[in-house]
Design a protein around this ligand. Structure first.
Ligand code: GLV
Ligand code: GLV
Length: 343
């Protein structure tokens, strides 16, 4: 029996053969090198057994209805899945695959990079050099100084803060250990049970003085750097708001490598302009990809803005595409799915 599979973005010459070699599959692949048009998706999805999607594709009631009862698997090439209506999938017995783990290190790497860039005035200074204005103030004794991320003679203790404490947060924390970080505070989904024994174990694992689950006000107040690494969606909408930012240290930096919706962009721009905090580094912005030069964060010299590239390493994207293909094949051919969303 033939099965139609719609793929909303070409997964490249190393991964497409995994799908092409399955002769039972009729592959329909969006042919262009830009996000798939909604109309194309809706026109091609009827009768599909599986779809491979990107996070720019909304998988909602409209799509389920267009697909019809044949649809068995939605496989997204992303770790986040707030673009997928899970309840709708569960009601229709559609399985959902995603790509955790393989991107953890790439995102942790770039989170550290953004923390350093935001603290050390990298955007302002590289823009000067790019314009040909090598600054004669650079070697003024205090020219372009910023707060030091690593522990130092003035600040022998450093506290990392994590909004959300999953795989990527822990990988980021591991990278901060050689920077001399001594303490960690984090917030978790309020419906999960606090586990002080696990926190003590995490502290031992990383050789830290303390790892503590706290509330948002304490996270803001204690952290030298706050990493936003929680899932997006309604439950975390604008958790970083004006009150949170006002509660942060004026020398602290904010890093968002999760979803733009967690941070109120206007409040963050105000916090940077009025120096409530030192700087920010964001890989994601609410409303992306519609983020122009007039966006308040793009205009703010103390905000480093990346266009959602935290997982964009050669190795990681290959791993994500492979996982997305294998999740689809697993669901269609009764093989194991490497990573299935539990519903
Ligand atoms: C990237 O944002 C992802 O969800 O993989
Ligand atoms: C830095 O270049 C120094 O010489 O201190």
């Amino acid at each position: 029996e033939r099965m139609k599979v719609v793929v909303t973005r070409n997964l490249g010459p190393d991964v497409m053969p995994l799908l092409q070699e399955r002769k039972e599959l009729d592959l329909v692949v969006w042919p262009e090198d830009r996000p798939c048009e909604r109309e194309w998706f809706l026109q091609n999805v009827p009768g599909a057994t599986g779809v491979i999607v990107m996070l720019s594709d909304k998988v909602n009631q409209e799509l389920y209805e267009a697909a019809g009862p044949t649809l068995k698997i939605v496989s997204t090439m992303s770790v986040g899945y707030e673009h997928i209506d899970l309840q709708g999938a569960a009601q229709r017995n559609i399985r959902v695959g995603y790509t955790p783990d393989v991107l953890t290190d790439a995102v942790a790497d770039i989170s550290i990079m953004l923390a350093l860039m935001a603290g050390r005035n990298v955007r302002e200074t590289t823009e000067l050099v790019a314009r040909g204005d090598w600054p004669n103030t650079a070697w003024a004794p205090y020219g372009f100084v910023g707060p030091q991320l690593s522990a130092n003679w003035v600040h022998p203790t450093r506290t990392a803060g994590f909004l959300g404490f999953g795989r990527i947060s822990k990988a980021t924390l591991a990278r901060l250990v050689p920077f001399g970080f001594t303490d960690c505070v984090y917030t978790s989904n309020p419906s999960s049970t606090p586990n002080p024994a696990a926190d003590a174990e995490t502290a031992r694992t990383y050789g830290l003085r303390s790892v503590r689950r706290v509330g948002l006000p304490e996270l803001a107040a204690q952290s030298d750097v706050v990493f936003v690494l929680a899932p997006g969606g309604a439950a975390t909408h604008h958790v970083v708001d004006a009150a949170f930012l006002r509660g942060m240290k004026s020398t602290a930096v904010l890093v968002n490598t999760a979803r733009g919706t967690l941070v109120d962009s206007d409040a963050l721009a105000t916090a940077l302009r009025e120096r409530w905090i030192w700087g920010a580094g964001v890989d994601v912005v609410e409303g992306e990809p519609h983020v122009g030069r007039e966006h308040p964060l793009v205009r703010e010299p103390r905000c480093v803005v990346l266009p959602h590239i935290a997982s964009a390493t050669i190795e990681t994207r290959l791993g994500m595409a492979t996982t997305a293909a294998k999740n689809l094949l697993g669901a269609l051919f009764g093989e194991a799915m490497p990573a299935e969303v539990q519903m």
